[in-house]
Design a protein around this ligand. Structure first.
Ligand code: DGJ
Length: 312
């Protein structure tokens, strides 16, 4: 397999075996100099658990296997085969030395009505992860979600609640395994697909609207405290197809290690008829007057940040 040295948003992204990466709605964790990409393993439609890939450079990805497979032969299990596992995110907990995965879980045969969060844990980054439980944080519905770890090690679960009308944020326990009662509504504007990042002491939240697999316009919110108030800043995307987030939906914003102020916006271009084939839209974030802006780029590499980091 030829070494890759650029990002090509929307193209087929082969892993080191030459197979299109199957890690949708994903997120990335960096540990010991290696990036780990966790995402939904999808058949044409079916959910097949959570995949994990590793990379030293963000361009070349080695398939590490299924980090959390669905359970076989136990129809009453929360993650029995046929359930839907979406938008996994993994954090490392320094105090316990454990890797903690949260994901959106829909129970088998219930469409999107269960609206739960699943929690799994592992001693090793690539797993396999042990499923602990599923829950509704403080009794609230939980669909599209992300995790965010602040500089002080406090972690938060950010999730679409009340049939996607509310975006909530809930502080996690010190071991990251359970929700705490510190839990507020960020806004009630019917948004999903949250991605959170922090730059120069400010918090940034990118979300999508709610239109199923169809793309729509992204929105940026900012706050000086993670608890808000969060203020809407409009659509951060620019140029042709900005009204559909370049035909994609946010999933994660990745701080690039060793490059202050360098962030990659990660999104999914869903192909509902064949979810396996859904594409990855990764674009560099430019700061203009402190405000994140996204422009389409056909092909780019990390040297983009040499010219553009800290602009504005
Ligand atoms: C939109 C969500 O963002 C996706 O993760 C997925 O749940 C689809 N809806 C299903 O229609």
């Amino acid at each position: 397999m030829r070494k890759l040295c650029t990002f090509t948003p929307g193209a087929i992204w082969p892993d080191s075996n030459g197979v299109h990466i199957n890690a949708h709605g994903g997120g990335i964790l960096r540990r010991d100099g290696v990036y780990y990409w966790f995402g939904e393993k999808r058949a044409a439609q079916a959910s097949e658990g959570i995949n994990v890939y590793s990379s030293p450079d963000l361009y070349n990805w080695q398939y590490e296997g299924v980090a959390l497979p669905p359970v076989e032969g136990d129809p009453d299990h929360d993650i029995t085969r046929g359930c839907v596992m979406e938008r996994p995110k993994v954090l490392f907990n320094e105090a316990t030395g454990k890797y903690v995965m949260w994901f959106h879980l829909e129970l088998k045969g219930q469409g999107y009505r269960a609206a739960r969060a699943g929690v799994a844990v592992s001693d090793t980054v690539t797993g396999p992860y042990e499923f602990l439980r599923s829950l509704r944080p403080n009794g609230n519905m939980s669909r599209d979600m992300t995790l965010f770890e602040d500089d002080d090690g406090t972690a938060y679960h950010i999730f679409a609640s009340r049939d996607n009308y509310d975006m909530r944020i809930c502080q996690l326990s010190d071991d990251y395994l359970t929700p705490t009662e510190k839990d507020v509504v960020i806004h009630g504007d019917h948004r999903e697909a949250p991605a959170v990042f922090k730059h120069e002491g400010r918090y940034f939240l990118i979300t999508s609207g709610c239109s199923g697999w169809k793309p729509n316009e992204a929105r940026l919110d900012t706050a000086d405290s993670i608890w808000g108030p969060w203020t809407g800043q409009g659509n951060p995307t620019r140029g042709p197809n900005a009204e559909t987030t370049f035909d994609s939906q946010s999933t994660h914003v990745l701080p690039v290690e060793g490059r202050e102020g360098a962030f990659i916006f990660m999104a999914d271009r869903w192909i509902p008829g064949n979810l396996t084939d859904s594409r990855y839209i990764w674009l560099p974030i430019k700061f203009e007057d402190g405000r994140p802006v996204l422009n389409w780029i056909d092909e780019w590499d990390l040297s983009w940040f040499d010219e553009n980091t800290g602009v504005g």
